[in-house]
Ligand binder design. Structure first.
Ligand code: TYD
Length: 152
């Protein structure tokens, strides 16, 4: 039976500043998934801290929050682009295309391997994608209202 999943993708401020959001979307589009939600978000610090609650207590969490709030990139209104993709094995397919968390260790043909960099102790890795089905559903509920995502 087909394993239909949903996943949350965030295009982060470094990718917006580099003007590679179209390129990232093109690569994800070629995975053959359905795009079911899309929006531009100017996130609050609370939203970012909730999204990254598993990083609480790490030495780099404040740097990651600053990065997601646009402090290191020249992006008016500290924008993030948020998407929901749905389809068979969507989580593994998207994670495979974006690559490992550390852009210096990510395979060079992945999005993070191609365009990410580490500055100070923050991995500016261009894009987020959910890592597991329960995580994906929590993240979609955090970033989107139910009526903002198409129900296939
Ligand atoms: P994490 O949830 O572990 O990875 P992923 O985004 O691949 O699911 O970490 C969240 C973000 O925190 C990650 O995308 C980049 C940043 N980060 C750092 O800046 N330094 C680190 O040592 C780690 C583990 C993450």
């Amino acid at each position: 039976m087909a394993n239909i999943e949903r996943t949350l993708v965030l295009i982060k401020p470094d990718a917006i500043e580099k003007r590679i959001s179209g390129l990232i979307l093109d690569r994800l589009d070629r995975l053959g998934l359905q795009l079911t939600g899309a929006k531009v978000v100017s996130p609050t610090e609370e939203l970012i801290r909730t999204h990254y609650k598993h990083l609480a207590g790490t030495p780099f969490v404040d740097g990651v929050v600053d990065y997601m709030m646009g402090k290191y990139n020249n992006v008016p209104n500290h924008k993030i682009y948020a998407f929901v993709f749905q389809g068979e094995d969507a989580i593994a397919k998207v994670r495979g295309e974006i690559g490992s968390t550390n852009p210096e260790k990510a395979a060079p043909w992945t999005i993070r391997g191609s365009f990410g960099r580490i500055i100070g102790d923050v991995m500016q890795n261009c894009v987020h994608a959910s890592g597991a089905p329960d995580e994906a559903e929590q993240e979609i509920a955090l970033w989107f209202k139910p009526e903002e995502v198409l129900d296939f």
